[in-house]
Design a protein around this ligand. Sequence first.
Ligand SMILES: O=C(O)CCc1cccc(O)c1
Length: 545
Amino acid sequence: MIDYQSLRFDYTRHADQDAAAPARHPVVVVGAGPVGLTLAIDLALRQIPVVLLDNDNSLSSGSRAICFAKRTLEVFDRLGCGDRMVDKGVSWNVGKVFFHDEQVYRFDLLPEPGHERPAFINLQQYYVEGYLVERAAALPLIDLRWNNKVTGIAQGDDGAVLTVETPEGEYRLQAGYVAACDGSRSNLRQMLGQEAKGRVFRDRFLIADITMDAQLPTERRFWFDPSFHPGQSVLLHKQADGMWRVDFQLGWDADPVEERKPERITPRVRALLDSIGFEGVQFQIGWASVYTFACQRMERFRHGRVLFAGDSAHGVSPFGARGANSGVQDADNLAWKLAAVLAGDAPDALLDSYASEREFAADENIRNSTRATDFITPKSEVSRLFRDAVLELTKRHAFARSLVNSGRLSVATVLRDSPLNTPDADPFAGAMVPGAAAADAPVRRADGSTGWLLRECHVARFTALVFGTGDAAERSLQALKSSDLALHVVRVEGTGADAELATQRYDAQPGTVYLLRPDQHVCARWRHPTAAKLRAALDHALAKA
Ligand SMILES: O=C(O)CCc1cccc(O)c1
């Protein structure tokens, strides 16, 4: 078994370091974390060569992101590495909330059948990065350079020149576009004189990864004011390899240095385990850290030729698992747009929609994260009384549950106001509005085999979903054909109980067509499309009109 935490990658000298003038590359991605790797792989799958620079030579160590959402897994599926993540991770859908020591409610994040992926998997970030690095290594268009630290940037009209420091000295590189995926302390953000602004929370949390042999169902458990950690909250998640993540709220006055010591951590963990019936269970403390957090973002995610993605652009608290997941969605949004612009299929203005769509998503994530944090960390005695009353009521009254907030967990943002959407001209019901990430559903292929709708979408192109059979469906297919667009067409025939789920989820009738962007977000839909409408919607989705 590979120990991903201790892997070290070789620095190798590149010919660019000996070039007389800075070599030019269409895209340079800075930062080989989950966001930068996702972006690089996605670009390579779209035939765009990528230089990926990382300032060190290892994967993330210890506790970082652990909860990877359904949407993220669907992106990883498109990149060809979802199965590995799901096989290694632990899947979960259910969360339980406790007040004092009593369960006050239980929620299921994926109560309906007919989805390939669970609501979440928990997997240590070093595995996610390791699997992405291995996927990247299989793609010749990715040139991953370890120990290459960006120390300078100068922007011009047609790109940027980066200064890169290596163990063998500095060199310079030209990039058509730069993707800054260099994390919350982003060097590039600082070099461009930009800041992330927002709210810093006056509270401290201890995160501890512990290893133990304990059998509990794979569920998220969150305690408000439990007897084993009075006055504070505790979150427990199972990860791969018998590892568990515990987040203990400590309060603002806690001493971060003291609290990181094993002699402080051990009694906290012991009290938790004793309280949940694991009195005799032994455990080892792995990585532990005391942290504070902020909900903040850059004002604009695009600065000329530099596009910010992931933690460099925005930050949230861990509650709701919206950090890494929204970063992967940034990459998913950016890759197809960069590829379309670089291939000459779309104007540079398409990249402005990256910024506006993902700034909108960041606001949604920050809003959710802030609300959860305010509930978990009441700012006054009155807020605490209100919170405890809500939790008490929740035991008996379902209406109070909607007020409990231990973190609303990450789902894909519906890009409702995106300039790339074609507004509906026909009536539709349900959730698959323009801007929504396409829902998965079982499908039966023409040859009788079964599959999943999202897997049938093209990994790099726009996809048209054509529902139903008969004359109406034939007319829609004819419209697609005469539009002469290079769309990937998927027929969803809706026969059999399974395939009907797709028809329901998309409120489809025979002949209904959905146009999906390469990142699987709906951008237009019709009951009866014409070639002209299809062409106009595609132009619109590429910011051409
Ligand atoms: O369950 C949640 O709301 C998020 C869990 C989480 C995510 C990232 C770090 C961490 O310590 C906990």
